[in-house]
Design a protein. Sequence first.
Length: 174
Amino acid sequence: MVGRKAHKSFLFCRAWSLPDGDLSATLEGTVDWIFQTDNSFSYVFLRFGLALTFFAHSSQQALGWHGGKGLTDQLTNWQQKYHVPMALGAFGLFSEVFGAVSMTFGFLVRPAAFCLAGFIVSALYLGHWEHGFFLAQRHGRGTGIEYTLALLLMTLAVLVGGAGALSIDGLISR
């Protein structure tokens, strides 16, 4: 059996070539990386910043709070403006809500960060790329990638580093 300290990609590759008795133990080792994190408080600040941002943003889009469109109008807007299928748009909104809750409690942070990163990359490319880099532009012009890129980099940092201190993931990984 491969030890827990072994490189995780090695574990994943080995899972398909082990005898029957060792497969479940190895698969368990490959799932550990989802919860694995150190006790750093830097990730807590990143998590809470993402949680606050995506709670406000998703409640605006999905619930219509803060002058937002609401679920149906938002999905229709994405479909008409960016040709995003309704199912994919719904998954994007789910990713935002799930991401906000996950970042708040520090539970399943890596899967949430992965989904948020995909959502942010889509938003960056479809909604902001054509407007250049800077957020503040002339009146009537869209916003550039500056803020979206910062959110993407925060999300990637949490994806790589995990939930950090004060997290359910941290309790599970100990």
